[in-house]
Write a protein that binds this ligand. Structure first.
Ligand code: PSZ
Length: 490
């Protein structure tokens, strides 16, 4: 549906494609490549780390950025190091830094006023809000008619679960049956029947956020979860494939079957425990957990299991959504027989939220609600981002750059098979596994010193999450630096 909307406008000529050093950038003003002047973190970043450290825990800060100087695919740090950014703010920056169109968006007075008069959207939306939802978000909907806007990815999943529980309980209670007095009294003190025992099934290795409900479905690292009470909700195994996929089809199909059988078993077990599964949440590519893929057939079967058991299927497209896989939504690759019940988004979409079926819409107001419920300023940015994705045919660009990157990574995994393996992913949403966690960390550190920012995921994997304006010549720079690093380590 989405792909039909796109008309190629910007074509890089084949001459440029062949000699990518001279290729023109989609974001004007980009440097020719990275340049590193100091060790990273450099002296200015260290000074700032000291200052920030006196105010808060800042052990996760890698560097301080100069967002005035950063441009396109290049992040400039406090020490003026120019870094090719293939990680883009944890995959949340669709057009790179300081895109000329986005820089001008708030010169428009109406847009500026939408930005500074931030409404409580559930109560006082602006006159143009329905039109904006229709023209911007509905336009990219994966076939789902209703939209709930939210703040971040965790908050979108969290509210999607509540939405799923509301509709599950309605289906049990009956369409127009009112709440009982006992329900109203018991929910206030967290007791059934008002606060019922219901569960969301999720997968080992999943990441769905850090807020309280979402955290019970996050299973990627102990550091996210230690010390926090959690729901007794079922956790199934996500397929773990052998690579290369083409050479391990039978084994990987067996893996799908095993994981799907476990989902069915858990649904039955939790039904018997009086904690029925109202919904199943899954990432199209498990991201934080190590960029683990599952086949279209796996997702098709999972949808069937959900339908059979009256559990809603929630696809978490927070990290995969907005184009990095080469389709606007990653689950477009899965040929599902109908859209999932809920699709959650954030990151590249700038604002959080979820698309859902009409049946999923609560009958009563004020059940899914908070102060801001999104941000019109972010939707204005998204409007412009979507325009650029279409006019510059960025989904095709992602596919082309992704192919270049993946081919190059395959070459490197052959040449350095003692160091890296299991190259995988779609579009530029790519990853590979290092032979140990220590080696992976070393690779990322060395890449940084050569002016390339990448990300880690899972126990020993690293991932690429460039912007949609990442082109073939950027891929060549990345592959060249990566090759140098592997050569040094070998
Ligand atoms: O450590 C962290 O908190 C990180 S590192 C990457 C993320 C979080 N990703 C966020 C994320 C996600 O990848 C998926 C698939 N679902 C939900 C979330 C949560 O989004 P935020 O961080 O916006 O709450």
């Amino acid at each position: 549906m989405w792909s039909k909307l796109i008309k190629p406008v910007v074509q890089i000529s084949s001459k440029f494609e062949r000699n990518s050093r001279f290729a023109c950038s989609l974001v004007p003003g980009e440097p020719e490549g990275p340049s590193v002047k100091t060790p990273i973190p450099g002296p200015k970043t260290k000074e700032l780390l000291n200052k920030l450290g006196s105010l808060q825990q800042c052990g996760t800060v890698q560097l301080f950025a100069n967002y005035d100087k950063s441009i396109g695919n290049y992040l400039v740090d406090a020490d003026d190091n120019v870094i090719l950014d293939t990680y883009t703010q944890i995959s949340s920056l669709p057009l790179g830094y300081n895109h000329p169109t986005l820089l001008k968006v708030f010169n428009d007075e109406h847009n500026l006023k939408s930005l500074i008069n931030r409404p409580a959207l559930g109560v006082f939306p602006a006159t143009d809000w329905p039109k904006k939802l229709e023209n911007i978000l509905k336009q990219v909907s994966p076939g789902l008619p209703h939209i709930t806007t939210m703040m971040c990815g965790s908050c979108s999943n969290e509210n999607a679960y509540k939405n799923v529980f509301i509709s599950y309980r309605r289906s049990i209670r009956g369409e127009n049956v009112d709440f009982t007095d006992l329900e109203k009294e018991s929910c206030i003190i967290n007791q059934p029947p008002g606060s019922p025992k219901l569960s969301i099934l999720s997968f080992h290795g999943a990441f769905h956020g850090r807020t309280f409900g979402a955290l019970s479905t996050t299973h990627s690292k102990p550091i996210h979860k230690l010390d926090f009470p959690a729901f007794d909700w079922p956790t199934a195994h996500f397929p773990r494939y052998k690579y290369p996929l083409e050479e391990n089809t039978r084994e990987n199909q067996q893996e799908d079957k095993k994981c799907l059988a476990e989902v069915e078993d858990l649904i039955e077990k939790y039904e018997k425990k009086d904690n029925p599964v109202a919904g199943v949440i899954i990432e199209p590519i498990q991201s934080e957990g190590g960029d683990n893929e599952a086949s279209p057939e796996f997702f098709q079967q999972l949808q069937k299991i959900c339908k059979k058991n009256c559990a809603a299927l929630i696809l978490d497209e927070v990290q995969t959504g907005g184009g990095p896989t080469g389709r606007f939504w990653c689950h477009e690759y899965f040929n599902l027989e109908c859209p999932p019940d809920v699709v959650t988004f954030s990151k590249k979409m700038q604002m959080g939220g979820y698309f859902h079926t009409a049946e999923m819409t609560p009958k009563l107001p004020y059940r899914i609600f908070n102060t801001w419920m999104g941000d019109p300023g972010k939707l204005i940015l998204l409007e412009n981002i979507i325009e650029i994705i279409k006019s510059q045919d960025l989904l095709s660009q992602v596919q082309k750059s992704g192919e270049r990157l993946k081919c190059g990574l395959h070459d490197l995994e052959c040449e350095f098979s003692d160091l890296i393996n299991s190259v995988r992913g779609r579009g530029t949403f790519l990853a590979a596994t290092a032979t140990s966690a220590k080696l992976r960390d070393d690779i990322l550190k060395r890449l940084k010193q050569k002016g390339v920012q990448t990300g880690a995921c899972g126990t020993a994997a690293f991932r690429l999450r460039p912007a949609l304006v990442f082109q073939e010549h950027h891929a060549d720079i990345f592959l060249d630096k990566f090759r140098q690093v592997l050569q040094e380590i070998k």
